[in-house]
Ligand binder design. Structure first.
Ligand code: NAP
Length: 243
């Protein structure tokens, strides 16, 4: 039976590559987007050229009602959800003392609350089927903290807490929950870094380069096939941060 996967934030960057990778593995993908409708349409058309059909669905997953509608749409159309990739996220780069309550709410709701709400909506179907795989995209900053990215770091550390606790709660239902914590990945999220800054970072990375979305998608490929890994924070960062 064809597996069904929701990937949040799949219009660009890492989520887009994950959606493509899953779809090419004969998994039915529901690729969520929020603002980038054109990019989501391009993704659908790109895969159509390979004779692969994916669904694209708009939802602001930081809002409960829209997360709920995304899951209801999927269950109504496909009857089940086997894989949930909580990838949607935004970054912020500010001195801690300049951060506002609005910044806090925006980053926490987009990066952390979305994973809470999406997981809550999806899990009843997974429990019913006694199987499921949830992968949360956290960050190296959730593990070690990042200066000028305090709220972002909090949101990602929160994701990792969610991963560990949920893995324990859902293990008996054969549902695995893991985080992938990327290092620096070449996407629009890092477009504020200039070439010299990137070079400096690359000099600190043992594997000598920043990552690309494919590096993360490869880890996803492994994790969805795996049957015995749960509650783990898997760092994919070229050795930049080794704990
Ligand atoms: P990106 O290129 O900026 O893409 C972000 C994606 O998230 C977009 O598809 C965007 O969709 C979506 N998104 C944002 N807010 C959303 C919302 N409220 N509802 C639904 N979708 C939403 O960033 P990226 O680098 O691929 O990041 C993907 C994930 O990896 C994030 O969780 C990020 O924190 C994490 N990460 C990235 C890096 C890195 O170096 N790039 C490192 C560690 C972790 P729309 O454009 O359609 O709104």
């Amino acid at each position: 039976m064809k597996k069904i996967a929701i990937v949040t934030g799949a219009s660009r960057g890492i989520g887009r590559e994950i959606a493509k990778t899953l779809a090419r593995k004969n998994i039915q993908v529901i690729a969520n987007y929020n603002k980038s409708e054109e990019a989501a349409n391009n993704l659908k058309n790109e895969l159509k050229e390979e004779d692969i059909e994916i669904d694209i669905k708009k939802a602001d997953v930081s809002r409960r009602e829209e997360a709920k509608q995304l899951v209801e749409y999927t269950l109504k159309k496909y009857g089940r959800i086997d894989i949930l990739i909580n990838n949607a996220g935004i970054s912020e780069y500010k001195l801690f003392t300049d951060e506002t309550d609005e910044d806090w709410n925006k980053v926490i709701n987009t990066n952390l609350y979305s994973a809470f709400a999406m997981s809550q909506e999806v899990i009843p179907s997974m429990i019913h089927n006694k199987q499921g795989c949830i992968i949360n995209i956290s960050s190296a900053w959730g593990v070690v903290g990042g200066a000028l990215e305090v709220i972002y770091s909090v949101s990602k550390a929160g994701i990792d807490g969610l991963t560990k606790a949920l893995a324990k709660e859902l293990g008996p239902s054969s549902i695995r929950v893991n985080s992938i914590a990327p290092g620096m990945i070449d996407t629009q999220m890092n477009s504020n870094f200039n070439a010299e800054e990137i070079k400096q970072i690359e000099d600190e990375i043992p594997l000598g380069r920043v990552g690309n979305p494919r590096d993360i998608a490869r880890c996803i490929e492994w994790l969805i096939e795996d049957e015995y890994t749960t509650g783990q924070i898997i760092s994919v960062n070229g050795g930049w941060i080794i704990t």
